[in-house]
Each structure stands twice: as structure tokens, then as C-alpha cells.
Design a binder for this molecule. Structure first.
Ligand code: NAI
Ligand code: MG
Length: 351
């Protein structure tokens, strides 16, 4: 299999970690034989904006649509361009226009990485977040002035998008520990969440081999802290998923390693793989950016194309690096981006 990948390092440390992860992917391809990656680099970034007045060319989306996947670093350089312009002009534009309606983010305990939890058990979970509607809709409005002011924000839950996110979660669970938890709040939210529960029950019937349960978001958020080991796949609405995924990244111990994928499920457009972290302006050029978030993102890309075995190899090696202290300063080590990447490749070759 040959994968054509659009590489968008973007800004800041995106330009340091994307090349590192590409090297790792090329090393994997060498080992694997049957798999090759063809990367095409695009310089779309805040600097590009200063020169051209846009974050990407007018036909940028058309160009990207020709690729199998998009591998993105980070976007944002407040000194050059306000964040809302850079994010909406590139990242959010791609997510929306390419119908990347599902966002997935795993969280896992690694030996060698200090979790802020005191005695964490062995957790390994993944949140499937509905990424196109829900609480993040633009429907509503504001009326009146002064103390009579009223703001109305409508949440939108379509059968299609709800069911789509849930089926994605069940399919994912089939390949994992076969358990799906639905994040609900049907005791407090009168219309949308009872609907969410009904759709969940309906979809669950098609997956008798997968266990499922529903949990109210407040309790669920607390369990992410007290018993994250109880979870496998969690399916959540846009807002609930947003909050849960940040807790997930937090209990792992570092934003520098957290990955995410924006998935296009209808096959019309490429999916996009990006780490959770931003461009980290405070450490640009120091050579100490943690490449593991971008590398784990590459593992999600491999999984997406059915190369799960290779993906596990990557994750295993990542875990061994953390365990043996080959880590960057953000997680208490002294290694540089290059050293971590080099050690990763050495270990992959030895596999
Ligand atoms: P940030 O994630 O860039 O940085 C937060 C803190 O974490 C910083 O201290 C940074 O040094 C550290 N950090 C992040 N990633 C790291 C890594 N791989 N290795 C070592 N340390 C790491 O978030 P911040 O500072 O809020 O945003 C900076 C810029 O990035 C802004 O312009 C923002 O809009 C943009 N941003 C872009 C995102 C994206 O492209 N998906 C996501 C979040 C922020
Ligand atoms: Mg968030």
C-alpha cells in the first residue's frame, strides 16, 4: 500500500515535530516492506499568511482533497496573526469542509510518564466525540438590553450524526476491549439527551458482542479521574467530548504526547491527524519539543488505514522510550527532539 500524505507542519514546533514523525514513519515503512509513504509538504502557516493574505491558497482544499490523509503539526503564531484568523483559516476550515465529523482522542497510562493521579491503575481509553453539531451550533440569538438581556443557545442533535458517532464507537470497540460507554445527561437535559439515549440503545442492539452502558456526564467526568481503568471506548456529544478529552490528556501527564484524529466517515475527503498541543511559542527553536504526540498521531493514521499491527509496534516503542527515560524536558527529561526521534528509530529497526 502506498499512502499519499499531505504534510502541514504549520507553525512553531509543528515544524520540529512533523519532520521527526515523518522520519519515524519512513523507518516503519522500511521495516514493513509493503507500505510506503509519499509526503508532500505545504508551507501554509502564519508566515504564509503574512506573505499572501490567506492561510492557504484559494484552491488549497481542492489540492488537499487529492490526498489519502492530512498530517498536521500545529497552527498559530499570535505575534504575526490573531489566533482566530489562523485557526479558522486553516485547521477549522479543513475540519468543517472535509466533513471530519468525528474526533477521536486516546488516553493511556505509560510507565515512565508521571500521571497527576496518585495511584493510577492501568488505563487505556479512547473518546469518540461527535464533531459536527450538538451543543456547538450557531442557532440561537440574543435579545433585550441591560438586566433584561436574554441569550438563547440551541443544541442540535440529528439522528444521522448521532447514530454515525455511535456506530463509529461500536466499530472501534470491536477492535479493542469491546466496551462502549455513552456520555449522557438525560436526567437533566430534557429533549436532546433522552433522544441520545434512545439512539444509543438502538445502535447497541446491532453489536451484541460489545458491552455497553450509559453514564451521566458529571459522574463520568469524575470517574475519568478516580477510575479511568473502567473505560474502553466512550462516545460523547460535541461539548461533553470536548471536556472529557481534556481530562483524558491531563490524566496522562503531558499535553506533549496527546494525539487526535479528525475522521471523515463518508470517504469523500481525507481525514486529518494532528497532536492535541499547539505551536508552543515558548519553546520554539530550542530543539526540545516532545515529538511523541506527533508520533502517536502517526499511529492513529496507521490504524485508520488498517495497519493496526504496525501501529501497536510504534506505541510499544514509544512506551519503552518513556520507561527508559528517553524523554524531553516537558516530562522531566533532558533529551532533545532529535535524540528521542533517533532512539525511536534505532529501537524500531531492532524490532
Ligand atoms: P500549546 O499547546 O502550544 O502550549 C501549552 C504549553 O505546553 C506550553 O508551555 C508548551 O511549551 C507546552 N507544550 C505543548 N506541546 C509541547 C510539546 N510537544 N513538547 C513540549 N512542550 C509542549 O498551547 P498555547 O500556548 O495555548 O497555544 C500556542 C499557540 O498554538 C496559539 O497560537 C494557539 O492558538 C495554537 N494552538 C493550536 C492548536 C492546533 O493547531 N491544534 C491547538 C492549541 C493551540
Ligand atoms: Mg478542548
Amino acid at each position: 500500500m502506498k499512502l499519499n500524505i499531505a504534510s502541514l507542519p504549520g507553525d512553531g514546533i509543528g515544524r520540529e515535530v512533523v519532520p521527526a514523525a515523518k522520519e519515524v514513519l519512513d523507518t516503519l515503512a522500511e521495516i514493513h516492506g509493503g507500505l510506503t509513504f509519499e509526503f508532500t509538504d505545504f508551507p501554509w502557516s502564519c508566515e504564509y499568511y503574512l506573505e499572501n493574505g490567506t492561510m492557504m491558497p484559494e484552491d488549497g482544499l481542492d489540492t488537499l482533497s487529492q490526498f489519502d490523509a492530512i498530517f498536521l503539526g500545529a497552527v498559530g503564531n499570535k505575534k504575526l496573526v490573531p489566533d482566530h484568523i489562523s485557526l479558522w483559516g486553516l485547521l477549522i476550515k479543513i475540519r468543517r469542509e472535509f466533513e471530519q465529523v468525528i474526533n477521536i482522542r486516546p488516553a493511556k497510562i505509560f510507565s515512565g510518564l508521571k500521571s497527576p493521579l496518585v495511584n493510577p491503575k492501568d488505563f487505556d481509553l479512547i473518546v469518540v466525540r461527535e464533531n459536527s453539531e450538538g451543543e456547538y451550533s450557531s442557532i440561537g440569538g440574543r435579545i433585550y438590553q441591560g438586566e433584561d438581556q436574554i441569550a438563547i443557545q440551541n443544541a442540535v442533535f440529528s439522528r444521522k450524526a448521532t447514530e454515525r458517532a455511535m456506530r463509529f464507537a461500536f466499530e472501534l470497540a470491536k477492535k479493542r476491549k469491546k466496551h462502549v460507554t455513552s456520555a449522557t445527561k438525560s436526567n437533566g437535559i430534557f429533549h436532546s439527551m433522552p433522544f441520545w439515549d434512545e439512539v444509543f440503545e438502538f445502535v447497541a442492539k446491532d453489536y451484541p458482542e460489545v458491552n455497553s452502558n450509559s453514564q451521566h456526564i458529571d459522574a463520568l467526568a469524575a470517574f475519568f479521574v478516580t477510575h479511568p481503568e473502567r473505560f474502553d471506548v466512550i462516545v460523547a456529544s460535541n461539548l461533553f467530548g470536548d471536556v472529557l478529552t481534556d481530562i483524558g490528556a491531563a490524566i496522562m501527564g503531558s499535553i506533549g504526547i496527546a494525539p487526535s484524529a479528525n475522521i471523515n466517515v463518508n470517504g469523500k475527503y481525507p481525514s486529518m491527524f494532528e497532536p492535541v498541543h499547539g505551536s508552543a511559542p515558548d519553546i520554539i527553536g530550542k530543539g526540545t519539543a516532545n515529538p511523541l504526540g506527533q508520533i502517536w498521531t502517526a499511529k492513529m493514521l496507521l490504524d485508520h488505514f488498517g495497519e493496526e499491527e504496525l501501529g501497536s509496534v510504534l506505541l510499544d516503542v514509544m512506551e519503552s522510550l518513556l520507561k527508559d527515560g528517553y524523554v524531553t524536558p516537558d516530562i522531566g527529561g533532558k533529551c532533545t527532539t532529535k535524540e528521542v526521534t533517533q532512539e525511536m528509530m534505532t529501537r524500531l529497526k531492532a524490532k
